[in-house]
Design a protein around this ligand. Structure first.
Ligand code: GCB
Length: 653
């Protein structure tokens, strides 16, 4: 998070923008929860919106659109938040827009927020893809680089200004331009051949396979804390004989006089352990552990850590209360196993995207709950947040349902030597800091993935990944770290630094098209090569086939539902040869069809979903369901047949 001279900075170039310096993170990023001392006010709903279509995309800065209501600058649109802006309108120019868009919303604050000087008011933006500048009543308040993580600012001094009711005008300018040092990287290419392109014509080139949706795609809200407050909590957990251990560290913002009390409550709301002070260890005899879905008859057990701060201030004592869900579990990796609570865990799940009709990457509760119903129905126990951090509410659902997460940062498309520069590396480390800060307390998160399919065979990638992975381990020594590779095992310069090898392959799809009979051989060779070189557990982190729902061909032909099914079956036979040896997981590509850039290889997006974009099952979904439930029943503790835990009654159960 950086505050800076937006005007000067915006003058750098038509679309390009400076890279924020890697500064130490200034504080915590606790999820804004209500409590006896904290309130929330959602700013979701309709915002005014204007894309800056001027040639240099800088008219908004030149005319200072943030100084007065946006509607006074020219025509505005109604824009729902959260949502990507791209698919909302009928104007094709907006769908492909690259440059600055402007959002604005007015809000009236409750008096108790503005009159009580013991109250602190915070503006929090769940994400803004990809660079954002925020003004409150025309005052430059906050800037943030990076599209998939939250940022916030204390705006108390702007709202506590006198006895009158306080109206706020929040203006957010967002730029979706990607540069070689952003994550993901991209580049603006100006087309200079005037026989083919009009003057000044440019396109944004990217090397990743999903549509670069942008806008305010997650919740925007205001929340309060007392002026002396709990700023951050870090929890790690362990198990000692039959006791659970909860190590906590709390950082507070207040004077030197304060009292900090910590209580751990079980699911029945009974206090099971207590402590005082900013750090300590709570011991829970006979603890119920947090187990993944289908791994145990009582999965996803959550305790609540209630932290209470009491502090004197010049205007009287204040107390702040924050309650954090805590799952007690351990994660460990051996040469050939991934252990959760000391037992071998096999990832049988999916890769996802935040993607749906109309809303693009906009957060949506109905979609999220539907997706979880489908995951539970499928018997999936894990997913990877391919290829960027997902909304915090997604991870909260994973904690509650026992869906294990490989949490990936937005480093996708690092394919050129310039993507491994020091500037990129510093930014990458900062994104990992923001990611770990946000997600460190989720029991569901069992591993960090620092990248997807980088050009890890490049010489510079070796040093780069050594640094990024070492940094991530220093930020969080409690979880393994990986990146997802599609490089040749012998050439991969980053693999020596990972804890688990995550490998993508598309046999009989991108290679030897149509030759399903080669999959088992090629997959077996792939696994053996990686294992003999590194002696680390392996996850098949992607495999799949493009499939148009309703296309049928038997014998199977590419793009038909039968081909997807047959390809998956061949992969499963290959996986079963090594499952229980050193292959510790399989994540199909992809959970659902999703939107991509237009190209002759993509027909209205990527169709490798086992569900359609509208979440209807293809034939392969039934195959996977049978397989995942079978594996679950073979690997369950204690041994007894698992039952679906669907959130609602599904006709498929
Ligand atoms: C991959 C990428 C993923 C693509 C997928 C595909 O290896 O990691 O982003 O969408 O292949 O379908 O080509």
């Amino acid at each position: 998070m950086v505050r800076g001279p937006a005007g000067a900075w915006a003058a750098l170039g038509p679309l390009l923008w400076g890279c924020a310096l890697a500064l130490a993170l200034p504080g915590g990023m606790l999820y804004p929860r209500e409590s006896p001392s904290r309130e929330r006010k959602s700013l979701d709903g309709l915002w005014s919106f204007r894309a800056d279509f001027s040639d240099n995309r800088r008219r908004g800065f030149e005319e200072q659109w943030y100084r007065r209501p946006l509607r006074e600058s020219g025509p505005t649109l109604d824009m729902p938040v959260p949502s990507s802006f791209n698919d909302i309108g009928q104007d094709w120019r907006l769908r492909h827009f690259v440059g600055w868009v402007w959002y604005e919303r007015e809000v009236t604050l409750p008096e108790r927020w503005t009159q009580d000087l013991r109250t602190r008011v915070v503006l929090r933006i769940g994400s803004a893809h990809s660079y954002a500048i925020v003004w409150v009543n025309g005052v430059d308040t906050l800037e943030h680089e990076g599209g998939y993580l939250p940022f916030e600012a204390d705006i108390s001094s702007l709202v506590q200004v006198g006895p009158l009711p306080v109206h706020l005008r929040i203006t957010i300018a967002i730029n979706n331009t990607l540069t070689p040092s952003t994550l993901p990287p991209g580049a603006i290419r100006y087309m200079t051949d005037t026989s083919k392109y009009p003057k000044g014509y440019f396109v944004q080139n990217t090397d990743f396979d999903f549509f670069n949706y942008a806008g305010l795609q997650r919740a925007v809200l205001l929340y309060t804390t007392p002026t002396s407050y709990i700023d951050d909590i870090t929890v790690t957990t362990g198990v000692q004989q039959d006791s659970g251990l909860v190590n906590y560290q709390v950082s507070v913002k207040c004077g030197s006089q304060f009292k900090l009390e910590v209580r751990l409550l079980n699911a029945e709301n009974k206090v099971v352990a207590e402590g005082t002070g900013t750090q300590g260890q709570l011991k829970v005899p006979g603890a119920s552990l947090w187990w993944p879905y289908l791994m145990h008859e009582r999965p996803a057990y959550l305790y609540s850590l209630e932290v209470r701060l009491t502090a004197p201030t010049s205007v009287g004592p204040v107390s702040d209360v924050y309650t954090l869900p805590v799952g007690i579990r351990t994660v460990a990796v051996t040469e050939s196993q991934f252990l959760i609570n000391g037992k071998p865990f096999y990832f049988h799940g999916v890769n996802k995207h935040e993607d749906a009709d109309i809303r693009g990457k906009g957060f949506d509760w109905p979609l999220l709950v539907k997706d979880f119903n489908l995951l539970l129905w499928l018997g999936a126990n894990a997913f990877r947040t391919s290829h960027y951090p997902y909304a915090e509410e997604v991870l909260q659902m994973c904690d509650r349902y026992g869906i294990v997460v490989i949490d990936e940062c937005p480093a996708v498309g690092l394919v050129l030597p310039q993507h491994f520069s020091n500037t990129s590396m510093n930014h990458h480390m900062r994104v990992m800091e923001e990611l770990v800060r946000r997600d460190k307390n989720h029991p569901a998160v069992v591993m960090w993935s620092v990248a997807n399919e980088p050009a890890s065979y490049l010489e510079s990638a070796g040093y780069y990944f050594k640094m990024v992975i070492t940094h991530t381990k220093a930020l969080d020594p409690s979880r393994p770290v990986t990146f997802v590779t599609n490089a040749n095992y012998a050439a991969d310069k980053g693999a020596p630094y990972v804890d688990v090898i995550c490998v993508n392959s598309y046999y009989s799809w991108y290679h030897d098209y149509g030759h399903l009979e080669l999959i088992q051989l090629q997959l077996g060779t792939q696994f053996e090569n990686w294992y003999k070189t590194y002696h680390k557990p392996i996850i098949q982190s992607e495999y799949g086939a493009e499939t148009i729902v309703g296309f049928h061909q038997d014998p199977p032909l590419m793009f038909s539902e039968e081909y997807q099914r047959a390809l998956l079956e061949q992969y499963h036979l290959g996986l079963d040869q090594k499952r229980g040896k050193y292959v510790v997981g399989e994540l199909v590509w992809n959970f659902a069809d999703f939107m991509t850039n237009q190209s002759p290889q993509r027909m209205l997006g990527n169709k490798k979903g086992i569900f359609t974009r509208q979440r209807q099952p293809k034939t392969a979904a039934f195959l996977l369901r049978e397989r995942y439930w079978k594996i679950a029943n073979e690997t369950r503790y204690p041994r007894s047949a698992a039952k679906s835990q669907c959130l609602e009654n599904s006709p498929f159960t």
